[in-house]
Design a protein around this ligand. Structure first.
Ligand code: GLU
Length: 447
């Protein structure tokens, strides 16, 4: 079987972590199986769809590195939906209904009051041609429902949830088309999944009951259903999908210095029994992709975990991967010197500014000023090749008897203006002899 997956966002907002997670899993599964990953823009709702969101969806996927092998837009496929709809109508699988929202609400209440499931009672199926003509003569336009076959239970073997069973009598016949002719999500999606040869539908568990209905749509369309994987929902660290989490766009993470790899590494693995790991490429995530590792409990998305993972990934990132994003003049030595001390790539520029100077001389204790004066003399006199930091501190240890913090901290302060930071052995060659001597002298002179 050739594997085809799809990510099918509605362009009614920016992508957020919840929908990007399903994009990642669809992408991973297609890559793992040597299949195709499609981007399908579900823009049947002309009123709420925006071209700007289509652009931001593409930009976010591109930034994440989730390349897609084909793109379709539902708004360009209406002719196909029309044809399939006509066939389903001829076969009696879609039927016109005339109830107003108020009438439906009343029916629902009556059914609930009688202890019946609040599903649509299929009353419109019993209308005669004459009754329909009368309703239409009175100005009512029909909306259309898909008729569920109540003959046998609906079931499928979900790749995450296992065997699923639904009694169709407990489901409402879904409205598939509004009175104005516009399409609701359910039927175009099933038509497209058939037409595009989608083999695996990976989506959130909020779609489970839609799947039950769509399984009957597939058979009404004379097609075998795809395999389904419904993943448990994503929740924030506080245990529910907060408004805040739903409103943070992928571009916000980008602006905050989160690497695409960090977001993918986290979203790919939370909610599974595989560990979240600071990977340096997508390949190991793809190779380990396995729906049987996915749990049924909500996946917990913790922004603090993301930030920590981001830092760990950066600490292991090679120069080539970031070269284009570093400040001018910062080469591989510079990157390797600072990467272990930063949480975002942008912070490399802070350390590069320290390397390049100018620095305000730090205020040192009088005895430390004398010590840095001696250090300046030693630095000016010694060779600079090899490992100047160890040569310098070795010589000063000998000449002054200082060791440990008393030896290192005044030097670090004088040379970087800070108490903490990257390994001085890596920084000092970057600062260079001339600047180092000048900084040590300036620290010696400052008060
Ligand atoms: N446009 C639908 C949604 O965003 C797609 C769901 C599906 O994957 O079928 O919920």
């Amino acid at each position: 079987m050739s594997v085809v997956t799809r990510f099918a966002p509605s362009p009614t907002g920016r992508l957020h972590v919840g929908n990007v997670r399903t994009a990642i899993h669809n992408w991973m599964w297609a890559r793992r199986q040597g299949g195709r990953f499609l981007l399908r823009i579900d823009d049947t709702d002309a009123e709420r769809s925006r071209e700007a969101f289509v652009d931001s969806i593409r930009a976010d996927l591109a930034w994440l590195g989730l390349g897609w092998d084909g793109e379709e837009r539902q708004s360009q496929r209406f002719a196909l939906y029309e044809r399939r709809f006509a066939a389903l109508k001829a076969a009696g699988r879609v039927y016109p209904c005339y109830e107003t929202p108020q009438e439906l609400e009343l029916k629902r209440k009556v059914r609930l009051g009688r202890g019946l499931p609040p599903v649509y009672d299929q009353a419109a199926l019993a209308l005669t041609d004459a009754e329909r003509a009368t309703l239409e003569a009175g100005g009512r336009r029909p909306h259309w429902r898909f008729r569920l076959d109540h003959g046998a239970p609906i079931h499928w073997d979900d790749m995450i949830r296992g065997e699923q069973r639904f009694d169709p009598a407990l489901l409402s016949d879904p409205v598939v088309r509004r009175a104005d002719g516009s399409w609701l999500y359910m039927l175009p999606s099933a038509i497209d999944d058939v037409d595009m040869g989608v083999s695996h539908v990976v989506r959130g568990e909020d779609h489970v009951s839609n799947t039950a209905t769509q399984i009957q749509m597939f058979s009404a369309l004379d097609a075998a259903p795809p395999r389904f994987a419904h993943e448990a929902l994503l929740v924030g660290s506080e245990g529910k999908l907060s408004k805040r989490l739903g409103s943070i766009g992928i571009d916000d993470f980008r602006a905050a210095g989160i690497e695409p790899l960090a977001l993918i590494a986290l979203l790919a693995r939370i909610g599974t029994s595989d560990p979240v790991e600071p990977v340096q490429e997508l390949a190991p995530l793809v190779a380990g992709m396995d729906f049987s590792r996915f749990g049924r409990a909500p996946a917990r998305f913790d922004e603090a975990e993301l930030a920590a993972l981001n830092a760990r990934i950066i600490h292991g990132t090679g120069f080539a991967a970031v070269a284009g994003r570093l400040p001018a003049g910062m080469g591989e030595d510079g990157w390797l010197a600072v990467r272990g001390n930063i949480a975002t790539v942008a912070e490399a520029a802070d350390w590069w500014a320290v390397v390049q100077g100018p620095l305000a001389p730090p205020a040192l204790e009088p005895e430390d000023r004398a010590f840095t004066a001696a250090a300046a003399d030693a630095a000016a006199a010694m060779g600079w090749a090899g490992d100047p930091w160890h040569d310098l501190t070795g010589a000063l240890k000998q000449s002054t008897g200082r060791k440990g913090k008393a030896l290192f901290l005044p030097l670090r302060r004088a040379l970087t203006g800070r108490d903490h930071g990257p390994d001085m052995a890596a920084l000092l060659p970057l600062i260079g002899r001339e600047a180092a001597v000048a900084r040590l002298r300036a620290a010696a002179a400052a008060d």
